[in-house]
Design a binder for this molecule. Sequence first.
Ligand code: SF4
Length: 304
Amino acid sequence: MSVLHFACTECGKCCSEAPEMSLIEAMRLGDVFIPAIAYRLTRLPKEDNDAGIASIKLNADFEGTDPRDFLKSVRDSIAVRAGTAITGEHGWDSFVFVSARAWHYKRIGCPALKGKLCTVHDRRPSTCRTVPARYDVPESLLVRSFHGMVTRGKTMPNPYECDTSESAPAFFREDVLVDDAYVKDRAAATEAAMGERELAAKILTSPLLPPPQETVQRLRKSGPFTISFHAAVVHARELGKIDTPAALSFCDSQMALIEREVAAALLRKRRDERDWTSRFRTLQAAYQSLKKSLLSNVDQLAAP
Ligand code: SF4
């Protein structure tokens, strides 16, 4: 029987960047991260688009996979299932996936990582909980993605310390994920992402953000990008995904966090951080104004 073993040794080496999160997770972690809305476009050739299928470039982890099988797997991914379908391009299906990603001054590393330790371990986002069996990788591609990440990580100059010896718990048996904790975390994360579809669609067409055509054009031209998060809070409250006290508390924690980050940056006096400082100041003003509007309407606003 083919068995792959794995245990995380919490070496912190895969925390090389701030994690992607669901929108609601980002709102719960407002005291830790300064989130931005992150847009990602997934374009898939339709089944009869042979030229489109032939043009697909598989990354190294998936080399050798039949492109049609690969595409079938990607159609089952969260980026597609929880994404908003965009029509209008002959021979292709396109989906915009909306999530959150942290903005920060540090060039490398997650801001929640101190030395080897995740300072928010018990509250860490789903992407972190499910590495190296990430919930946004479809089941059928998990083993290849696991090999790609863990094998690559263990051969890097500063290698990952994942335990893949036979003394570690069984992780995959016959290509099926069997680690109960990971199975549960993947299921919970998938359910949460699917539960945010309506919010993501609302953000895509939000009057507070660039129009969807512009967003899609930019995604096609330059790939994934991020944009200010405050509209996500407004629409999450409108849809009852968070209540008014939670929206206010998020504004407060963001303003306090930005204040601390900016104060530390001013002490560092780095020229290359000035853009970030002014971006964060603008964001802080947006949260101030959002808080004011929430408070002034608090009597009329039925707490969702
Ligand atoms: S939140 Fe924790 S586990 Fe996730 S990337 Fe940051 S330090 Fe690593």
